[in-house]
Design a protein around this ligand. Structure first.
Ligand SMILES: [Zn+2]
Length: 324
C-alpha cells in the first residue's frame, strides 16, 4: 500500500468515525451538556386500601453514626463498607401524608429551619406532590425532636394554618418544660428550645390537642405508644380495607446496622433500654402481621416490609409503583 493510499484510508476512517459521533455537523466538537445536579421531587405515592399515602421527603442529613450508635456492636467504616456506606451516613428525613378521603393527615413535619440547609424541604415537596399546607386538617407527631416538629412553624407563624396538632402528652410535658430546659446541658438546650418554638404558635391558637397513650385519632388511624426513644414516642397504625401501615417514627435510624442488630441503641434515645424493647416489640408484630412499614429515617421513601430471621430482620423495600 502506498503512503498516499494509506493516508486516504486513514482520513476516510476518521471521517466515518467523526460523523458517527456527530462532530462534523457543526464543524466543531460540541460542549458537554451541563450537569443539572438537582434531585427528583421528593415524594412517592401508593394506595393503602381506600387511603392514598404519600411519602414526602424533608431532605437528608449526614449522621456520624460511628459516634451515635451504642455498643455492643462497634460501628466502623469496615463494617459499614459491607453495606456500601461510609460514615457520615446521608440519612433521610421522611414524613407521610394520608388522605383518607375525608381527612388529610400529615405524620411529622421534618426539621423546618432547625437543622441546616439540607433539610426543611417538606413544603416544596408537598407542593410538588399536589397538596398545599393549608389543606392539611390534622398533624400527628411521633415525638418532639427538632427533625419531626421543626416544620410546624416558621418565625413564630403557623406553617399549617388549618391544622390541629396531636401528640402524646408525655412528650409535651417533657420537651415543653421550662424546668427541663433550665436543667439541660448547654448542648442539649436546643432540643427543648426547638420544640417550644415549633409548638407554641399552635398552643396559643388552641390548635394543640395532646392525647394519652393508645388512641384512635380518626377512622383508620390510631396512635400506639412506643415509649423509649423519647418519653412519649408514638407510632401510628393506618388501616384501610384489611391493609395496614405502621408509621414507626424513630424506632430505627440506621438500616445498615440496626436490622441485623436491633439491640443497638442510638445516642438520641432518651431511654436506650426502653427504645430497644419498643423496636423489638413492634418489629416482631409487624413481621408477623406482614404489614407495610414507613420509617422516618430509612432511605426515602422509607416504605417496605420486614422479615424476621432469628434475632435479626431483613428489610424489603416496597415495589415501585405508578399506581396503575
Ligand atoms: Zn428523628
Amino acid at each position: 500500500m502506498s503512503i498516499l493510499t494509506f493516508k486516504k484510508l486513514a482520513l476516510a476512517a476518521a471521517l466515518a468515525s467523526a460523523s458517527t459521533f456527530g462532530f462534523l455537523a457543526s464543524g466543531a466538537a460540541m460542549a458537554a451538556a451541563p450537569m443539572v445536579k438537582t434531585p427528583a421531587p421528593g415524594f412517592f405515592r401508593i394506595m393503602l386500601g381506600a387511603f392514598e399515602v404519600t411519602a414526602v421527603s424533608d431532605g437528608t442529613v449526614d449522621l456520624p453514626i460511628e459516634k451515635l450508635l451504642k455498643e455492643p456492636v462497634p460501628v466502623t467504616n469496615l463494617a459499614l463498607s459491607k453495606v456500601f456506606l461510609m460514615t457520615p451516613v446521608e440519612t433521610s428525613v421522611n414524613t407521610y401524608l394520608i388522605n383518607t378521603g375525608t381527612k388529610l393527615v400529615l405524620i411529622d413535619t421534618g426539621a423546618g429551619g432547625l437543622f441546616g440547609p439540607t433539610l426543611g424541604k417538606l413544603i416544596a415537596n408537598l407542593k410538588a406532590s399536589g397538596y398545599e399546607p393549608s389543606q392539611i386538617d390534622d398533624i400527628y407527631i411521633t415525638h418532639f425532636h427538632p427533625d419531626h416538629v421543626g416544620g410546624l412553624s416558621s418565625n413564630g407563624t403557623l406553617v399549617f394554618p388549618n391544622a390541629t396538632i396531636h401528640a402524646d402528652q408525655r412528650d409535651a410535658d417533657f420537651w415543653l418544660s421550662q424546668k427541663n430546659l433550665d436543667a439541660a446541658a448547654p448542648d442539649a438546650k436546643g432540643m427543648y428550645q426547638g420544640a417550644i418554638a415549633s409548638l407554641t404558635p399552635y398552643i396559643t391558637a388552641k390548635k394543640f390537642v395532646p392525647f394519652n397513650g393508645n388512641t384512635e385519632l380518626t377512622s383508620g388511624i390510631s396512635a400506639v405508644s412506643s415509649y423509649g426513644h423519647t418519653a412519649g414516642h408514638t407510632i401510628y397504625v393506618v388501616q384501610s380495607k384489611e391493609q395496614k401501615l405502621f408509621l414507626i417514627g424513630d424506632l430505627i435510624h440506621v438500616a445498615g446496622v440496626q436490622f441485623e442488630h436491633p439491640e443497638v441503641a442510638i445516642e438520641f434515645d432518651t431511654n436506650q433500654k426502653d427504645a430497644i424493647a419498643a423496636r423489638e416489640k413492634i418489629f416482631t408484630e409487624v413481621a408477623k402481621d406482614g404489614a407495610l412499614v414507613g420509617a422516618a429515617h430509612l432511605q426515602f421513601p422509607g416504605l417496605g416490609h420486614l422479615l424476621k430471621e432469628k434475632k435479626s430482620y431483613e428489610w424489603i423495600p416496597v415495589n415501585y409503583t405508578q399506581m396503575r
